[in-house]
Design a protein around this ligand. Structure first.
Ligand SMILES: C[S@@+](CC[C@H](N)C(=O)[O-])C[C@H]1O[C@@H](n2cnc3c(N)ncnc32)[C@H](O)[C@@H]1O
Length: 272
């Protein structure tokens, strides 16, 4: 891609269709029409096309014995590489020992690297709730623990747990999230034990650690499904602090071990 491109605008007070057809036949990059003006863009010069157009208009004037007022403007503009700009806007993040980055960044020495490319599924690591779940998983998950991720999104939390040596199951009600999580496991060279479209209610197993970063209302709504799957720690996130007590009320058989606040969000670590 070149740094600059040309923008040609053509306006006429007569024979607009003929002039437009003339340009369409010679220029196959697409022509925009705005405010009765035809706009053409190209990284190559329009000099040749402008000359041909002027000759054509002269012929039209002669044949129809009329005057055509043709306004031609040419501007040189800067090309913006939108994809590169977007890529630059997504920064890697460090959470404890983890370096979470898109695939176009290099791994960082001395860190546990996790690759997550932006996708439709939630969970790039930039959100407060994901960040504090990563911290909690780092602290409470041990090698060989069984681990369930309810609402896995991109799979980021399960990948963190798998990197710590846990045996992970994950699920999400959103099919696209499950697809994205599967891809991210492969990208990160880690394995899950089981994955499904659905929720905590779809398994009968119990786990050493269960994480659910959803939202307060859903954590309340599916509390019974979640609670019956926990053998050890339960990490609940996605909770705006003013709803904390409402959530705790639904999980009152559990002991509150730790709270991780980040801005208006709070992550709760409960123990059976
Ligand atoms: C905030 S995202 C969390 C993604 C990821 N775990 C993270 O921490 O970044 C919540 C996810 O929960 C899923 N979800 C919503 N309701 C659910 C339910 N009842 N059971 C399972 N997953 C659910 C959504 O589809 C979404 O992917």
């Amino acid at each position: 891609m070149k740094d600059k491109y040309f923008e040609l605008s053509v306006k006429t007070d007569a024979f607009k269709d003929e002039i437009e057809n003339f340009l369409i036949e010679r220029f196959n990059n697409g022509i925009e029409e705005r405010d009765n003006t035809l706009i053409l863009r190209s990284e190559e010069s329009f000099d040749g096309l402008i000359k041909e157009l002027k000759d054509y208009v002269k012929v039209l004037e002669e044949i129809f014995n009329t005057k055509i007022n043709l306004e031609i403007n040419i501007k040189k503009k800067s090309n913006i590489d939108w994809i590169e700009n977007y890529k630059k806007s997504i920064k890697p993040i460090e959470i404890d020992e983890f370096y979470i980055h898109p695939s176009w960044y290099e791994n960082k020495q001395g860190k546990t690297n996790i690759i997550i490319d932006p996708a439709l599924a939630f969970g790039s690591g930039h959100h407060e709730t994901t960040r504090s779940c990563v911290k909690a998983i780092n602290k409470y998950v041990k090698k060989d623990d069984t681990f369930l991720d309810v609402g896995c999104g991109s799979g980021i939390l399960s990948i963190v747990a798998a990197k710590k040596g846990a045996i992970v199951d994950l699920c999400d009600t959103d099919e696209l999230a499950v697809k994205s999580a599967k891809e991210n496991f492969e990208l990160n060279n880690v394995k899950y034990n089981d994955i499904w479209v659905g929720s905590a209610g779809d398994t009968d197993k119990k786990y050493d650690v269960v994480v659910a970063n959803i939202i307060a209302d859903i954590l309340i709504f599916i509390a019974n499904d979640i609670k019956t799957k926990v053998n050890g720690y339960l990490i609940l996130s996605g909770i705006i602090d003013k709803y904390k007590n409402k959530v705790l009320e639904k999980y009152k058989e559990f002991v509150l071990v730790e709270e991780i606040p980040e801005n208006e969000w709070v992550t709760l670590i409960l123990k059976k």
